[in-house]
Design a protein around this ligand. Structure first.
Ligand code: NZQ
Ligand code: ZN
Length: 388
């Protein structure tokens, strides 16, 4: 059981029409010149953009914007946003969208006051000392960036995708209206669900003993997703199901479930290479990676995998053949991903199968004693092989 510091300072504003409060919230926070970042246009199509702009302007706040943040957000756009924020002397940042718009905004937040290049923070060359404050209007439950301390950026020079963990980048506020997620394509809904599950499972598979309470919390959020993700896919305007998915996105990744334990994160590193090189949707990549990783490491702690099979996937425990129970749990997870429309092989993900050496050589591993199972490059290669 680990000691911990838990700091989740994001003010949550949850419910119908809450996006209309954004001007008032920014004003109360002291914002006078705001830079808005958003993605490829979904917020314009849905009308959210107009409502946000109106609410911010009505509050008497100067608003600047930069759109076109791509999924797996690019460093070049972050650099543009930093330049614009400096030029306009922006004092607050606002992200409207999902993990990509939020992460691009977080990178801007640490980049603006920094004299060097913002990539320094993502390649481990420097640590942020200060950041601009930021707020979020969430449109997709998935990455959990609205509550997390991390951001992930892709450097087009080498297509390297790297993350930064930094409490300075936690959003000061996050606005959730489940109705904003009704327009999500089924694939993005399902990819979001896979990512949320992955965030919990990265924490669930730990070597830390005596973490029963957070085990049970993890299991209950995972079961909620197993129940509600298919509802959202089949009935996109189901308010209750969308609301539970939105809150699950945050709870899964704001470190509430990390208390007492240490996470693994190998599956995320393996998935980042797929997104970095082939632009795979993050959650879809995880649906391919996670069952493969589980299959590779389950013998390390068969009991934990049996617990997952029984408590999460709802299977019967076979006390005479625990390994079979563990493997059935992994198979059930893979079937679940398939049932909501996720790929479960590299081919289905659209990734070539002949570059596994390159992929394995790029995976960020590091000298990390906290892993559930430390992986060598050969292990990473073998796990990619299991995704064929
Ligand atoms: O760009 P637009 O036009 O807005 O469309 C987006 C995008 O194509 C669309 N979308 C979002 N909300 C919508 C919508 N379409 C219709 N209606 C809506 N309401 O969905 C697509 C995906 O958006 P994106 O922001 O990329 O999704 P997500 O939240 O999954 O973010 C993925 C990024 O977050 C990173 C991932 O690596 C990836 O780069 N992550 C960030 C983390 C963090 N900061 O804590 C942790 C995660 O593990 C993850 O690594
Ligand atoms: Zn993730």
């Amino acid at each position: 059981m680990q000691d911990f510091i838990y700091c989740a300072p994001t003010r949550v504003i949850f419910g119908k029409d809450t996006e209309l409060q954004v001007g008032k919230i920014l004003k109360e926070a002291g914002a006078t010149r705001v830079l808005l970042q958003y993605g490829g246009g979904s917020i314009k199509k849905s009308g959210l953009y107009d409502r946000v702009v109106q609410a911010v302007r009505e509050a008497g706040i100067e608003l600047y914007e930069i759109g076109g943040v791509q999924p797996n957000p690019h460093l070049s756009l972050v650099r543009e946003a930093i330049a614009l924020a400096r030029e306009k002397k922006v004092d607050y940042l606002l992200a409207v969208g999902g993990g990509s718009a939020i992460d691009s905004t977080k990178a801007t937040a640490v980049g603006v006051p920094y004299e060097g290049d913002v990539w320094d923070f993502y390649c481990g060359k420097a640590t942020p000392k200060t950041a601009l404050p930021l707020g979020v209007i969430l449109t997709i439950p998935a990455a959990g960036s609205e509550g997390s301390n991390s951001s992930v950026i892709t450097n087009e020079d080498g297509w390297i995708k790297r993350g930064l963990g930094c409490d300075l980048t936690r959003a000061a506020f996050a606005i959730y209206n489940p109705e904003l997620t009704y327009t999500l394509p089924a694939y993005q809904t399902a990819a979001g669900a896979s990512d949320i599950m992955a965030h919990i499972m990265e924490r669930y598979f730990t070597n830390e003993p005596d973490v029963d309470m957070t085990d049970r919390l993890c299991e209950s959020v995972l079961k909620t997703i197993l129940k509600q993700a298919p509802v959202c896919v089949q009935d996109p305007a189901n308010y209750a199901a969308r609301a539970e998915m939105m809150w699950a996105s945050t709870v899964a990744h704001n470190d509430f479930l990390t208390c007492f334990r240490v996470g693994d994160w190998a599956s995320h590193q393996l998935a980042h290479e797929l997104s970095g090189l082939y632009d795979s949707t993050h959650g879809a990549a995880l649906a391919v990676v996670f069952p493969a990783w589980m299959t590779y490491v389950y013998k390390h702690d068969v009991q934990r995998f049996c617990r997952f099979a029984v408590e999460v996937m709802g299977l019967e425990m076979d006390f005479f053949h625990p390994e079979e129970t563990a493997l059935k749990g992994i198979a059930a997870l893979r079937s679940f991903f398939r049932s909501i429309g996720m790929p479960t092989t590299l081919k289905e993900l659209g990734v070539p199968e002949n570059e596994l050496d390159l992929l394995a050589s790029k995976v960020k591993r590091g000298p990390d004693g906290t892993k559930f199972v430390p992986l060598t490059e050969a292990d990473c290669r073998a796990i990619y092989e299991l995704m064929k």
